[in-house]
Design a protein around this ligand. Structure first.
Ligand SMILES: Cc1cc2nc3c(=O)[nH]c(=O)nc-3n(C[C@H](O)[C@H](O)[C@H](O)COP(=O)(O)OP(=O)(O)OC[C@H]3O[C@@H](n4cnc5c(N)ncnc54)[C@H](O)[C@@H]3O)c2cc1C
Length: 397
């Protein structure tokens, strides 16, 4: 291969380019990115950056050393065989990695801020002045982090959530209902079962006909894959670029990684939309290996974390709004101390784990989830017993 093009200079695209070099690719390597910035990391944007503790989240690596030619401010606009069409002309490729990530779902109306880029984060931070009325639409991962920062800055914060509990897209109500008291404790008003109809410049109108004024409205109601530019191309797209566990698109020499993809998971027998940092970090090495002739699979247990209201939340698994399997609690959420919850499948293996300020439970639980190891349920229910010590006797022999 003489020229590999990577489209999208976020975490996944940048790591794909780095992995190609590290795995021995010697040809021309072009990284095309729509943003003006050098590649940077997004999770701190809604945490340390919004809180005012950090400005720069640049990824640390050397473009020159790795001989990666970054082309910022360039939009890919289309794709045909062997050619990426861009805002500055055609770019021929022998190998291609698609990594254009995702973009926020927009609500009707002309107002509202969305938090995706470094520019969004710095501009939002400047608006979070003491006493400002802030409405956050959506109590998902991002909405809760924005509410945390806004409350810290002394804003009057109201969070409007369509579902009955926070993070309803990822966690069942029996778990997420324990997140509700965190809002009031931080001085944030959480209104659940609340449907926003439109976002205007000075507030939001609700479906019930009422409205809410605000100095700042931040919308965090999910993301969708940034795949519009692939319309009319041979790349299969259905709520994400469709790839197998090898991250191949089915079009020769074209792989896709990170938030953009809906990957086939042999582990779950279904398609998984990533949308989390861990996928963007780890999937590119597999795509790079396969583009260079390898035969690797990417099929981990999905992992996400969030830092909200002074707590570290970590979740690994694939649940959705429904609880799957037997739920085992470790610790009592009502005490304010750390706790965790495990979902076990019919073989008593970890299907999913959620931990709140309980990193040790999480690390051990996640490892066991990856390995499908049966646990002793009674021991697991005792938080004094280490999770790894609950592996059923016959497995340890
Ligand atoms: C504020 C924030 C906080 C987050 N916090 C967490 C967290 O705590 N935990 C967690 O697990 N995940 C978190 N995430 C999610 C995580 O950051 C993403 O999963 C990850 O960044 C995805 O990386 P990516 O490279 O696939 O996509 P992106 O980061 O979206 O990068 C894609 C890049 O492609 C560019 N692009 C798009 N279209 C085109 C085009 N047509 N041509 C050229 N370039 C294009 C975009 O401008 C962008 O730079 C957070 C995300 C945000 C926004």
């Amino acid at each position: 291969m003489q020229r590999v093009v990577v489209v999208g200079s976020g975490l996944a695209g940048t790591h794909a380019a780095m992995a190609l070099r590290r795995q021995g690719y010697e040809g021309e390597l072009v990284l095309v990115g729509a943003e003006e910035h050098q590649p940077y990391d997004r999770p701190p944007l809604s945490k340390a950056v919004l809180l005012g503790n950090q400005d720069d989240t640049s990824l640390t690596f050397s473009l020159d050393e790795l001989r990666i030619e970054l082309r910022p401010n360039v939009h890919a606009t289309g794709l045909r065989s062997g050619v990426v069409e861009t805002s500055v002309g055609d770019l021929a490729y022998d190998g291609l990695v698609l990594a254009t990530g995702s973009e926020p779902v927009r609500l009707p109306g002309t107002g509202g801020r969305y938090l995706r880029t470094k520019t969004d984060a710095l501009s939002l931070r400047a608006s979070l002045r003491e006493g400002a009325q802030v409405v956050v639409v959506g109590a998902g991962w991002i909405g809760a982090e924005v509410a945390t920062a806004a409350a810290k800055h002394g804003c009057q914060v109201t969070v409007l959530e369509l579902a009955a509990t926070p993070v309803a897209h990822a966690l069942p109500a029996e778990i997420a209902s324990h997140f509700v008291p965190w809002y009031a404790a931080a001085g944030v008003e959480l209104r659940t079962n609340c449907a926003v109809a439109e976002v205007g410049p000075d507030g939001v109108s609700l479906v019930d006909g009422s409205s809410l004024e605000a100095d700042v409205v931040v919308v965090g109601v999910g993301v969708r894959p940034a795949a519009g530019w692939l319309e009319g191309s041979p790349i299969p797209v259905d709520r994400g670029v469709l790839v197998g566990a090898d991250l191949a698109t089915g079009v020769e020499g074209v792989y896709a990684v990170g938030d953009l993809v809906a990957r086939w998971s042999p582990r779950y027998g279904e398609r998984i939309r990533g949308e989390h940092w861990d996928d963007a970090l780890r999937s590119p090495a597999v795509a790079a290996a396969n583009l260079l002739g390898g035969a690797e699979e990417y099929d981990p247990v999905p992992y996400v974390w969030s830092e909200q209201f002074g707590r570290m939340i970590q979740f690994a698994g694939n649940l959705g709004p429904e609880s799957k399997g037997k739920l085992v609690w470790r610790g009592d959420p009502a005490t304010g101390e750390g706790w965790s919850a495990f979902w076990l499948d019919s073989r008593s293996c970890v299907a999913a784990v959620l931990a709140v300020d309980q990193p040790r439970d999480f690390v051990q639980g996640r490892r066991l989830a990856e390995g499908s190891v049966p646990l002793d349920v009674d021991k697991l229910a005792d938080p004094a017993v280490m999770v790894k010590a609950t592996v059923a006797e016959f497995q340890r022999d």
